[in-house]
Design a protein around this ligand. Structure first.
Ligand SMILES: *Cc1c(COP(=O)(O)O)cnc(C)c1O
Length: 366
């Protein structure tokens, strides 16, 4: 009989054995405000039309791995500068993995590659670095969640990172970093490192580094359709100089975007104004929710340009337990980083769900 415990000890990496899985709580029966989903579906008539298109898709064939039609539509509809191409991923999570894998050279080539990000940051940045076999260096933000430009520049000088991730706006804090600080970092990386500006929340922030691509050959701008309202189809894209993308293209699994996603994304891009209108509604809701939260005693609301709000409460564990009991799922950020002590993050949703959250939070605070 094979002893499965021994097998795991022998065959599985120690660092993988040591960690837990990426935890996604069971959300059935809950108001789900923990993962920045758009609460709205496409309108009925569009969904019917999409159904027809999906039924026509050639499911018996592999996708055409160049994805030319979809890429052309992304470039045309989403502001990719002319002369720049995109690389597609099964969500931007996969793009982050591809980026990390491509730079993570083996130890025999002198030293391990370094991947850097200001922290607190999106967890996948450090996880992908670890799995790819690169060292992750996190540089703490300032107390107000702004970039510590001097600390970032000093860390770049010291560690010579191959890759620096900058989320714009940042998750889990929600704020936009100063564009001048970001440009200084991209410039400092120069010919030694690639800057990846992760614009997962660009549909809400409405600002972008996309138009700066021609100025910075070491810049990659990464986005996703997830937060805009298509989290279920899993499609991310990143734009950059062709010779750079060609390197990442070698690492991308050839059929990583499936035929159904391709059809659904092309359809959604033809009706992008519907999704943009939903994003505008959510932005209005964010303004209202932030104002209501700021009225609550003992609550600090942090500025957000995304479809979520981070806030500090007197006792985050107590608040989360109470909200959980009231069937409202949010994210407790307290354990992520000391800058986030007693912080929670809530996704902006419909007026009804936001009101439910607000009422449950008020009850939790008294
Ligand atoms: C949600 C999120 C992503 C992941 O998006 P997917 O395309 O759904 O994989 C990437 N970066 C940041 C900062 C995010 O918050």
């Amino acid at each position: 009989m094979t002893d499965i415990v021994k097998l795991i000890d022998n065959a599985i990496r120690a660092d993988v054995r040591a960690i837990g899985s990426y935890h996604v709580p069971d959300a059935s029966g809950y108001v789900k405000l923990d993962s920045m989903e758009n609460p709205y579906q496409l309108p009925e008539d569009l969904r019917a039309e999409l159904g027809t298109r999906l039924a026509e898709a050639a499911l018996n064939r592999y996708p055409v791995p160049s994805y030319d039609t979809l890429k052309t539509r992304i470039c045309a509809k989403l502001g990719v500068p002319s002369g720049y191409d995109v690389l597609l991923g099964n969500g931007s999570d996969e793009l982050i993995t591809i980026l990390a894998t491509t730079v993570a050279r083996q130890e025999r080539e002198n030293r391990r590659a370094v991947i850097m990000a200001p922290i607190p940051a999106f967890v996948m940045f450090s996880r992908s670095a670890q799995f790819a076999g690169a060292d992750f260096v996190g540089v703490p933000l300032r107390e107000d969640f702004s970039l510590d430009r001097q600390a970032m520049l000093a860390a770049i000088e010291e560690h010579k990172p191959s890759l620096v991730f900058l989320a714009y706006p940042n998750n889990p804090t929600g704020n936009l970093f100063d564009a001048g600080d970001m440009e200084a970092i991209i410039t400092a990386l120069g010919e030694t490192g690639i800057a990846v500006v992760d614009e997962a929340y660009q549909p809400f922030a409405k600002v972008s580094f996309m138009e700066r691509l021609p100025r910075f050959p070491n810049l990659i701008v990464m986005r996703t359709l997830s937060k805009l309202g298509l989290a279920g189809i899993r499609l991310g894209y990143m734009a950059g100089a062709a010779p750079l993308l060609a390197q990442f293209e070698k690492v991308r699994p050839p059929y990583n975007v499936n035929v159904l996603t391709q059809v659904a994304a092309e359809f959604a891009l033809d009706h992008i104004e519907v999704l943009d209108r939903q994003a505008d509604l959510l932005n209005e809701e964010r303004t209202r929710l932030a104002a209501a939260l700021a009225e609550l005693p003992g609550v600090t609301v942090f500025p957000s340009a995304a479809n979520f709000i981070s806030l500090r409460v007197p006792d985050a564990d107590r608040v989360c337990t109470h909200l959980h009991g009231a069937k409202v799922l949010i994210k407790n950020l307290s354990k992520m980083h000391k800058l986030l002590a007693n912080c929670i993050r809530v996704t902006v949703s419909t007026p009804e769900e936001n009101a439910q959250f607000l009422a449950a939070l008020k009850a939790a605070l008294t």
